[in-house]
Ligand binder design. Structure first.
Ligand SMILES: [Cu+2]
Length: 274
């Protein structure tokens, strides 16, 4: 948390910019890794990232256990908000709870999108923050300055190999229980997260932070692992702190008072093919 607090402005601004983009189904060119290296019992799992209600983004993620106990994460999205950072996490926990990606009916306030409040009960808290560098704990949930940024066409490519030390105990054995969720939507199509889109983030506000666009925190895509023949032990119950929500809130709080300096970009008029 301290790290985040030290860079309030950057973090929040970026955090708000968490956009989500996913537009193309499995495609994008992610080659499905073969199996884990010889001698390792875990195999790669492919995750199709589907758009959450209101989002046009989609993609594919591949999680490949490495020979030394790490996990290579590859994500390829289309339809993301161009030029904007997209917060992304592996959600859920290893307690054996059954988490799912929230469907349209999870939009309890019927505003057309899945807010954090509406999504967390279904996809669980943050297990791992898929940052581009540095800390990957739930604390970095909204460290947007370290989250991947979509290119001018709205494509987002992410590759990072998490070391064994960066993986909460039991992660590799329970990959099928986890989800990948990417956040941030651009409801009014102006290439940024602003109050004109969906108003102020009720989640942030509930934590005492005002001025954060709802667009920045709403979910864009979600996907569940599809085991490809993994031989998991099936022993659930590995204790992992379920602190995603708190971390998320803490991050937002860390940015309180920060000017929402979301990227000013020219409008991406021609970019909404999907
Ligand atoms: Cu998330």
């Amino acid at each position: 948390m301290s790290v985040l607090k030290s860079k309030k402005t950057t973090t929040l601004a970026a955090g708000l910019a968490v956009g989500a983009a996913f537009a193309v189904p499995l495609a994008a060119g992610l080659s499905t890794p073969a199996y884990a290296h010889p001698g390792h019992s875990h195999e790669a799992v492919t995750i199709r990232l589907d758009p959450l209600k209101g989002s046009n983004a989609s993609g594919t993620a591949v999680l490949t256990p490495t020979a030394d106990g790490g996990l290579k994460v590859q994500i390829n999205d289309h339809g993301m908000t161009p030029g904007m950072p997209h917060a992304q996490h592996i959600h859920g926990d290893l307690s054996g709870k059954h988490f799912t990606c929230p469907g349209p009916d999870a939009d309890s306030n019927n505003n057309g999108y899945i807010s954090v409040e509406e999504g967390l009960p279904m996809y669980g808290g943050i297990h791992i923050s898929l940052t581009t560098k540095g800390d990957t704990s739930p604390k970095s949930g909204l460290a947007v300055d370290r989250m991947p940024v979509a290119d001018a066409q709205g494509n987002l490519r992410y590759t990072r190999t998490l070391t064994a030390a960066e993986l909460p105990a039991g992660t590799l054995e329970h990959l099928s229980m986890l989800h990948i969720v990417q956040h941030g939507v651009d409801a009014n199509g102006n290439d940024k997260y602003d109050m004109d889109g969906l108003g102020e983030s009720s989640f942030a506000k509930s934590l005492g932070v005002s001025g954060i666009p709802e667009e920045a925190t709403d979910g864009a895509t979600c996907g569940m692992p599809v085991p490809t023949g993994v031989n998991t032990g099936g022993e659930a119950g590995v204790g992992v702190e379920h602190q995603g929500l708190l971390a998320f809130g803490g991050l937002l709080l860390a940015g309180a008072g920060t000017t929402v300096a979301l990227g000013r970009r020219a409008s991406r008029s021609a970019n909404r093919q999907s």
